[in-house]
Design a protein around this ligand. Structure first.
Ligand code: NAG
Length: 156
């Protein structure tokens, strides 16, 4: 199949630029998402998440890092339950999990993380601590998908 080079280039750009997290805020509590980029990855601005909102946060090609939410916009607070992602990793796939490594029992924010199509594996739980989260550096809770957009459910 012949694809005109300009179209191929724009498709490649679209794919490359397509990483994102969509935050689904399930209750009425306003929060702020605080991002923690892995070393040498670009800093991501904190995003405000109003109650009952859907906020789409684009993330750069190859981005790796984590995030948690806080109720106080001027203080990201101590470590809580975090979403973690590595976009464009091995085989170009997206590796993701909800991590309770730093705080087993935080129920104030991040609950689930899963591919936006809704057909992939969910990481996380309604109520922490639980078995659906990444609990130890060697456990097998890291999920993988070919999708570039993840949904992070917050609250409730
Ligand atoms: C996010 O908010 C915290 C707390 O206000 C602040 O320390 C941090 O610098 C902010 N991050 C960015 C990227 O603005």
């Amino acid at each position: 199949m012949h694809i005109p080079s300009t179209l191929a280039a724009s498709l490649a750009f679209t794919l490359a630029a397509a990483n994102s997290i969509t935050f689904l805020s399930l209750d009425t509590t306003p929060r702020t998402a605080c991002f923690y980029s892995a070393p040498s990855h670009p800093t991501i601005p904190n995003n405000s998440l109003p109650g009952k909102s859907t906020i789409h946060v684009p993330l750069p090609l190859d981005w790796e890092g984590s995030w948690q939410t806080t109720l106080n916009p001027s203080d990201c607070g101590p470590p809580g339950i975090r979403g973690e992602v590595r976009f464009d990793g091995y085989e170009g796939k997206t590796y993701y999990d909800v991590s309770a490594i730093d705080n087993l029992g935080d129920n104030s924010g991040v609950k689930f993380l899963y591919p936006a199509s809704g057909t992939g594996e969910k990481s996380g739980c309604e109520s922490f601590p639980c078995e659906g989260a990444y609990l130890h550096p060697d456990d097998k809770q890291t999920k993988v998908t070919v999708e570039k957009d993840l949904v992070c459910e917050v609250g409730r």
